[in-house]
Design a protein around this ligand. Structure first.
Ligand code: 3HC
Ligand code: NAI
Length: 648
């Protein structure tokens, strides 16, 4: 059955798209739309057309699965049939009109939207540019400055902004379809106006294209699609519509088969497939409207803020009243930064804080169906916390640890019911970062897993399931390549070369810059603890830096020296490297950036393969999600395991 149906009501034609879940433009939808447009064109009695969608959304774009191999009839052909129709088409938009969906709406003669609708051209996030006239029609509806932001940034705009900038004609007040009919009849009565493509693009005179190109290059370092999208807009400003349209299409087709687009498509679906086993679990989540958090430091405060922002009531437990108030202050600061970023209003921020209570008495947690522990990374401290929780919490409460490395099974073993224990590994800042590693212990039960899945959905995070091992998926891979980077330092590379190689590949920062930013002392303390426990983990160079007080940016020195916030090579570090190379009997040699990056990738891939073989990760694409969402692996490279597949 066609996903497009055409019906008639007097002089009005109704075209409905029904292609769940998000009405993506598949080949079948193209066929259906073209057939409907031709049928309507052949009818003398039809005076207006309403185009709408069933389900949760208007069209959310072309079907991403078909992007690398488009088949006729192509979308531009469909849109031309609609746009050149002598009968006005009105798009009635609810949910999201994205990519090809917005291009479809722009090819119509009128647009009416639900007040909660969103509009965007997110093609650049998939490594492509709008391929069906988006870059040529949009600047004819909205000023070029706004078109540049929408097309190169890829972020959607809300209905109110869309109305203000001219993207839609009106917002519906009550009944979208009924009001779309009124708009359509009005357009029919007015008669066909000039085609959108015959109008000039709006407000292009003041655009400094060289400046825009420099800005886009700096903002989207490493990714090529935003610059290509800007080039399409520049062609829209400088060429006739037909020529600009043809060039944009050619660009779209060229980019659709690029390595960048393949990587971004991979990560798009990888993120949506992640955490499958959580959805498949037979368990029922506990109620998340009330949650407990233990420890109000960096992570506990971030987790509490994330929960408060999601609408939960939160009870925070710290070591004493003073520490509890310090935790409250950290949470307030996190919520304030969210307010400043426009995530929530001042009133909502105040309401979120009003849902928080802090203290040092575990009795306050008793009614919490979920408690997340984020105290020091020390097994003895965490065990003591779990013992107390075990003593006070009702038997059906879920107990989670935010541990970075520790053995969740060992923690669970100290409780009377290990089925209710799991790891919930958030990333810093926890109220911002999208990744959640769900650590499934050997005895973690379905209820705990269902709760983790529901929590991730509630906090709008991407959950990836990991088994128990030192560092789970992400920290284990990071530990492996960090060790190899230190080996390269001994062999002759210097920190700046390794950082430059990583940045050149697309990481926002290199490994040593990151270490300086987050501080070298935590890993140092961990190494000493491991050594004391009889499992030494070698990091001689880092140890020497820490012993010399070079703890990172906060100390003004680490792998680099810092002056006025700027990093520069540190002669002391060079000296330490020379001494350690000599001590290891190694002759220092030069490394190229390609060699460095090839080695880093190989180590990530080998560790990833091992993690898969041990059943720690559920799929290779889950590993990619972890590395991209949590560890700065460049999204447009798709992740280390994807790279392994495509470069094999
Ligand atoms: N093609 C194919 N499948 C799509 C899709 C698309 N464009 N958009 C979403 N889906 C699928 C998802 O894979 C998911 O499938 P699953 O249930 O089997 O996992 C399902 O729809 C629901 O998606 P989400 O889980 O992401 O649901 P949300 O409600 O969180 O988000 C959304 C909905 C905002 C529409 C989000 O899915 C989204 O951003 N989609 C991509 C939009 C996009 O990039 N459009 C441009 C495509 S390229 C294009 O149009 C080219 C044109 O210029 C020619
Ligand atoms: P932190 O030192 O900033 O905070 C720990 C907090 O726990 C302190 O406020 C301390 O007073 C409190 N605390 C200690 N013992 C307690 C007890 N018995 N009862 C109540 N409160 C207690 O540490 P951070 O960075 O927040 O780390 C917490 C946990 O999160 C650790 O397990 C860490 O490995 C993990 N983690 C840390 C990340 C990071 O980037 N900092 C990232 C992901 C996980």
């Amino acid at each position: 059955m066609s996903p497009v149906t055409l019906s008639f009501d007097g002089n009005l034609a109704r075209v409905m798209i029904d292609n769940p879940p998000v009405n993506a433009l598949s080949k079948a939808v193209h066929v259906g739309l073209l057939k409907a447009a031709r049928t309507i064109a052949s009818r003398c009695d039809v005076t207006a057309v309403i185009l709408a969608c069933t389900g949760r959304s208007f069209v959310a774009g072309s079907d991403i699965r078909e992007l690398d191999d488009p088949q006729p009839p192509y979308l531009p052909e469909v849109l031309t049939a609609i746009e050149t129709s002598r009968i006005p088409w009105v798009a009635a938009i609810h949910g999201t009109a994205l990519g090809g969906g917005l291009e479809l709406a722009m090819a119509c003669h009128g647009r009416i939207a639900d007040s909660s609708a969103a509009f965007g051209l997110p093609e650049v996030t998939l490594g492509i540019v709008p391929g069906a006239g988006g870059t040529v029609r949009l600047p004819r509806l909205v000023p070029m400055t706004q078109a540049i932001e929408i097309v190169t940034g890829g972020k959607p705009v809300d209905a109110t902004s869309a109305l203000a900038m001219g993207l839609v004609d009106t917002l519906s007040q009550r009944d979208l379809i009924a009001e779309a009919e009124v708009l359509a009849k009005g357009l029919a009565a007015e008669g066909p106006g000039p085609l959108l493509l015959t109008r000039p693009p709006r407000d292009v005179a003041g655009i400094d294209w060289a400046k825009e190109e420099a800005r886009v290059a700096a903002r989207f370092r490493g990714a090529t699609a935003p610059a290509e999208a800007l080039a399409s807009l520049r062609e829209c400003a400088e060429l006739g519509a037909a020529e600009a349209m043809a060039r944009a299409r050619a660009r779209f087709l060229r980019l659709s088969t690029s390595a960048e687009a393949a990587a971004l498509r991979h990560i798009f679906f990888a993120e949506r497939n992640a955490g499958q086993s959580l959805r498949a679990t037979a368990g029922q989540s506990v109620d998340l409207d009330l949650c407990g958090v233990i420890g109000g430091g960096t992570m506990g405060a971030g987790i509490a803020a994330a929960l408060l922002l999601s609408g939960s009531v939160v009870r925070l437990i710290e070591r004493d009243a003073l520490a509890a108030e310090a935790g409250r202050a950290r949470i307030a600061a996190a919520i304030e930064t969210s307010r400043q970023r426009g995530v929530l209003s001042a009133d909502a921020a105040q309401a979120a804080l009003a849902r928080l209570s802090v203290g040092a008495d575990y009795a306050a947690l008793v009614a919490c169906p979920l408690v997340i522990e984020a105290v020091f990374e020390d097994m003895a401290v965490k065990r003591a916390v779990f013992e107390q929780l075990d003593a006070v919490m009702p038997p059906d409460a879920i107990l989670a640890s935010n541990t970075s490395y520790l053995d969740v099974d060992a923690l669970a073993a100290g409780t009377w019911d290990p089925a209710r224990v799991l790891g919930l590994h958030f990333f810093s800042p926890a109220h911002v970062m999208k990744l959640l590693e769900v650590v499934r212990g050997a005895r973690t039960g379905p209820r705990a897993l269902a709760t983790a899945g529901a929590l991730a959905r509630r906090l709008r995070k991407t959950a990836v399931v990991a088994g128990v091992c030192d560092g789970f998926i992400g920290n284990r891979i990071m530990a492996a390549y960090r060790q190899d980077c230190e080996a390269m330092l001994l062999q002759g590379a210097d920190p700046a070369e390794i950082d430059a190689a990583m940045r050149g590949y697309g990481f926002a920062m290199g490994l040593f810059e990151v270490q300086d930013m987050s501080g070298l002392d935590i890993a140092w303390a961990r190494r000493r603890a491991l050594a004391a426990a009889g499992t030494p983990s070698m990091s001689t160079i880092s140890d020497r830096l820490c012993e010399a007080g070079r703890l990172g940016r906060k100390a003004g020195r680490g792998w680099y020296d810092y002056e006025d916030g700027k990093a520069k090579a540190a002669p002391v570090v060079e000296q330490i490297l020379a001494e350690e190379s000599a001590r290891a009997g190694l002759v220092r040699r030069d490394f190229t950036q390609v060699e460095i990056m090839t080695r880093i990738l190989r180590v990530m891939q080998e560790e990833g393969a091992q993690i898969l073989a041990e059943g720690i990760a559920e799929s290779a694409s889950d590993i990619d999600v972890v590395m991209v969402a949590g560890y700065g692996f460049p999204r447009h490279r798709g992740g280390p395991m994807f790279q392994k597949r495509v470069t094999r």
